[in-house]
Design a protein around this ligand. Structure first.
Ligand code: HEM
Ligand code: HEM
Length: 145
């Protein structure tokens, strides 16, 4: 169960990051409001949200079965930057980022016009992407798979 989940989480991270990044790029290009919030632009934002939520769900389970997750949580390990990344910083920062994606989607749905919808996605998904990239375990990924 652990190995399978770990590989899934590792592999699915590509989808999450690519979809969120693509949603941000399309949203930045369409902020001027000349394109309707529909078709590819809207779908990328929606699929980015769904991918992020799925990654959250599997990440949460992984946190409880991985030896690097909650099982490794201790005051002593706070002083070890690699241990701290896996037991605390990565999970916490990813949860914050996924909350920002969800707020962005929710606000975009309610925004008054197409330009504002894309602008909302660009900002919230953009900040989320930066936060995600800041706490990927780059030492172990993408090489390990
Ligand atoms: C730990 C698991 C999850 C949590 C805590 C969670 C939480 C949320 C929250 C708070 C919203 C925002 C509702 C709103 O204000 O519009 C939302 C929306 C959504 N979630 Fe999740 N979710 C989870 C898992 C999933 C999964 C597994 C999927 C699908 C594979 C999913 C798909 C969606 C979709 C499509 C929406 C947007 C619906 C809309 O258009 O308003 N979520 N979720
Ligand atoms: C945007 C969301 C996320 C992305 C892109 C992401 C990405 C990654 C990546 C690339 C790895 C390294 C996998 C490898 O070694 O090949 C990883 C590991 C891990 N992630 Fe996430 N993650 C996300 C969310 C979460 C969440 C929400 C949690 C928990 C609440 C979580 C818990 C973990 C744990 C415990 C590991 C270490 C697994 C192990 O090596 O034993 N992740 N994540």
């Amino acid at each position: 169960m652990y190995t399978g989940l770990k590989h899934f989480h590792s592999f699915f991270a590509y989808f999450v990051l690519l979809l969120i990044a693509a949603a941000v790029i399309i949203a930045l290009l369409n902020r001027n409001g000349k394109q309707p919030f529909a078709g590819t632009g809207r779908k990328l934002a929606l699929f980015g949200l769904i991918a992020a939520h799925l990654q959250l769900l599997f990440g949460l389970v992984l946190y409880f079965v991985s030896p690097l997750g909650i099982g490794n949580f201790s005051g002593e390990n706070m002083g070890n930057s690699t241990a701290r990344l896996y037991m605390l910083e990565h999970p916490l920062m990813m949860i914050i980022a996924i909350v920002l994606v969800t707020i962005g989607w929710s606000k975009a749905k309610k925004a008054a016009d197409d330009g504002k919808k894309y602008g909302t996605i660009a900002m919230w998904y953009g900040i989320a992407l930066v936060l995600m990239l800041s706490r990927i375990p780059w030492n172990a990924w993408p090489v390990a798979g």
